[in-house]
Write a protein that binds this ligand. Structure first.
Ligand SMILES: [Zn+2]
Ligand SMILES: [Zn+2]
Length: 137
């Protein structure tokens, strides 16, 4: 999809723009993404933080400790509960934006599945996509 893209939470209190072409879409099947989505996991756009801008509202931040011991900040709308993006405490230069909050995803396709070792039995994984059993580097 060509830049700029825009997105929001369900109630539109939080709005954002992405000012970079989206080349990659990652499906995460980790247990934390399952809990926060209430579903099979999350689908994410990995991006440089510089390309991501909140244009309206202030997301609430939840600090989650991963099994690795690292802290992942999960940002969500405190009014409607939509997860918006996450950011590693150790790597503020990157964000991963929840693709389902985009206003228009065009013809984006999932390029990689991560944490496949904890995937739910109902989750479909395209055998042609890249699959990584846990956290990629
Ligand atoms: Zn909201
Ligand atoms: Zn995850």
């Amino acid at each position: 999809m060509p830049a700029p893209l825009s997105g929001s939470c369900l109630c539109s209190a939080i709005r954002y723009t992405i000012d970079a072409p989206v080349a990659e879409l990652r499906a995460c099947h980790c247990t934390h993404c399952q809990k926060t989505s209430g579903a099979g996991g999350s689908v994410n756009v990995p991006l440089a933080s510089d390309a991501f801008k909140i244009t309206q509202g202030t997301p609430k931040r939840y600090a989650a400790k991963a099994d690795s011991g690292r802290t992942l900040y999960r940002f969500f709308c405190a009014d409607c509960g939509s997860p918006i993006y996450s950011q590693r405490e150790s790597n503020p230069a990157m964000v991963t934006v929840r693709a389902g909050t985009l206003d228009n995803a065009g013809d984006m396709k999932i390029t990689a599945h991560i944490w496949t070792k904890s995937k739910r039995p109902w989750s479909y994984i395209d055998p042609a996509s890249q699959q990584i059993s846990a956290q990629p580097n």
